[in-house]
Design a protein around this ligand. Sequence first.
Ligand code: NAD
Length: 257
Amino acid sequence: MATTRDGIRSTDLTGRTALVTGAASGIGAACATALAAAGAHVLVADRDAAGAERIAAGIHGEALAIDLADLDALAARSFDADVLVNNAGIQTVAPIVDFDPAAFRRMIDVMVTAPFLLVRAVLPGMYERGWGRVVNISSVHGIRASAFKSAYVTAKHGLEGLSKVTALEGAAHGVTSNCINPGYVRTPLVEKQIADQARVHAVPESEVIEKVMLVESAIKRLLEPAEVADLALWLCGESAASVTGASYAMDGGWSAR
Ligand code: NAD
């Protein structure tokens, strides 16, 4: 752990390995960049192999082409990391009565079962070394619901449960597990849902951010990925050694309502 001249402790991850899923884009790429800047060797995991290579090259990391929807392949692989950031996520916006059951299942696979398999894979190494950090990129939808997001809200609530159980089991071994709960963040995931949100909410696409996405947030702007990455980095530091089983809202006041 490094200490700055004014006494503020910063996170030093020299000698640590970090596995970040969905790290080719958005929040995952920002987390990978922040962890690498703190000294970690970062495994940039994504189904977008070219994107993972691009991010890995920029941070002297290692690309890992991996499809988290392929649970059998995932379960068959071995992983070792001191820091695991479960970040990869997908979105489908539709009323329950129209929601494709295959899409629902896929979202649970990618956002709940894959994180479980990864936690299961990395915990033995963390236990052996007596240190580990699991950071789950949940969402304000891990603690609040929105219409037309049945699979996403269900998956994120499930991830919250997994995080808390990991916290309880890992505590005696120096492993913490926490969730971050962002409101809307300026990433491709958000850009891609604007057309669907316009359709289900019957508003023009140009008004989706203001009239749908930022309605519940007291701070009327999108978050930036680097803001989420800063919090993830703090959770990996020694100042957060006693922070576990927690869920940190970064939602502009949405969940204060
Ligand atoms: P993004 O679309 O920019 O990036 C997601 C990355 O995950 C992509 O690189 C994609 O290739 C990868 N990915 C998707 N499915 C995968 C799979 N099956 N296997 C491997 N990789 C896969 O999204 P983002 O906005 O950065 O979202 C990252 C996380 O943050 C997600 O879990 C999302 O739910 C959460 N989140 C996002 C927001 C937001 O407003 N953007 C808000 C709250 C929470």
